[in-house]
Design a protein around this ligand. Structure first.
Ligand SMILES: Nc1ncnc2c1ncn2[C@@H]1O[C@H](COP(=O)(O)OP(=O)(O)OP(=O)(O)O)[C@@H](O)[C@H]1O
Ligand SMILES: [Mg+2]
Length: 330
């Protein structure tokens, strides 16, 4: 039995017991489709990475879903091949929801787990080129946006790395709410040919700082919001302009983290993944069913799945400990 299955099952049993069910749920009950209802509120818990090698693929795969066929670009607007002038990026006022950004804290379990995740990513980068990472999951509300933004900030805090964070969920973009900034113009506007790359990038006007962090919160973060996609999100996600964006932005950043839609209901993330170096899949403890995680991985088989982030679990699997590590050394 794989570690992710064990962890998902344990978290599910714990949650069932917390809800007052007398007996832990059976494997058959656990295999029921995931509920679309959002999970109940709970204290922030640390995510943990389980690599693909530890993820066991069961022989009975879900029947394949018809593939999305990439449409012709919706705009003929030429993509500039000029170098990007990042000094022109607009600085805007941000009012971040700090409660959703535990990776900014000085220390704590979430900080430690995001550092562990970051370390695993560094290890993977040592094995093969890795800069653009798409974050996805099987179903809604599993923590893609939470993991994306906190991973991006954790990476940005390491040796002043320059990080580009993109809200690639053009249907239900929410990253701007976490960062407390405008959602437009954003990715959808660029993909539709209505704005240039630099026009959709934004940075925080004044560096908001957390007293406990004793350092600026967003010194190295550049953000691209979801933008005004409306009902065109599916078409836009298939645009080759996304590949141009990643290619043109790459030389200026150490990391590019892209949040995305869930892969089982819609194909947007699969389209975006074609242009990324790797994909991180999120599974939520006590919510994500094993077959759902399995099907999500199988949807992304054409991409390089780096591993699973097991989000919101009470006890993270042992993947390396950094307790006692002082963030001032980052
Ligand atoms: N580890 C965590 N601890 C506490 N709250 C969390 C955690 N992960 C996610 N959440 C909360 O759960 C909710 C859903 O998370 P999030 O928006 O990141 O999911 P999502 O997969 O991006 O959802 P969607 O598919 O709708 O975009 C949010 O309110 C978020 O703050
Ligand atoms: Mg999201």
């Amino acid at each position: 039995m794989s570690r992710i299955y064990e962890a998902l099952q344990k978290a599910e049993s714990e949650r069932a017991l917390e809800k007052g069910e007398r007996e832990p749920r059976t494997p058959e009950q656990l295999a029921q489709p995931v509920s679309p209802a959002p999970p109940p509120d709970f204290e922030p818990l640390a995510p943990a990475l389980v690599t693909e090698a530890e993820y066991e693929v069961a022989p009975a795969a879900a029947p394949p879903r018809p593939r999305y066929v990439a449409p012709t670009p919706t705009s003929t607007a030429a993509v500039t091949k000029e170098p990007l002038d990042l000094t022109k990026i607009e600085r805007r006022p941000w009012s971040p929801a700090f409660a959703k950004l535990p990776s900014l804290l000085h220390r704590g379990p979430a900080v430690e787990q995001f550092r562990s995740l970051r370390s695993r990513i560094f290890e993977l980068r040592d094995l093969s080129p890795l800069k653009s990472i798409l974050v996805s999951s099987g179903m809604p509300q599993e923590g893609k946006s939470f993991v994306s933004v906190n991973l991006a900030l954790s990476l940005a805090r390491h040796k002043n790395s320059k990080v580009l964070l993109i809200d690639g969920d053009m249907r239900r973009y929410s990253m701007h709410q976490i960062l407390g900034c405008e959602a437009q113009p954003g990715l959808a506007d660029y993909l539709a040919g209505k704005a240039s790359i630099v026009e959709i990038m934004q940075r925080a006007e004044e560096m908001p700082s957390l007293e406990s962090a004793k350092q600026p919160a967003f010194p190295n973060l550049t953000f691209i919001a979801g933008g005004n996609g409306g009902d065109k999100a599916a078409d836009l996600s298939g645009s080759p302009r996304f590949g141009d964006l990643i290619r043109q932005a790459s030389p200026y950043f150490d990391w590019i983290i892209i949040d995305s839609s869930p892969v089982l209901p819609v194909s947007d993330a699969v389209n975006l993944a074609r242009f990324c170096d790797g994909v991180l899949l999120v599974a939520r403890g006590g919510v994500t069913k094993y077959p759902v995680a399995q099907r999500a991985q199988s949807e992304l088989k054409a991409a390089k799945v780096l591993g699973f982030v097991l989000n919101a679990v009470h006890e993270a699997p042992e993947v390396g400990s950094y307790y006692g590590y002082d963030s001032t050394n980052e």
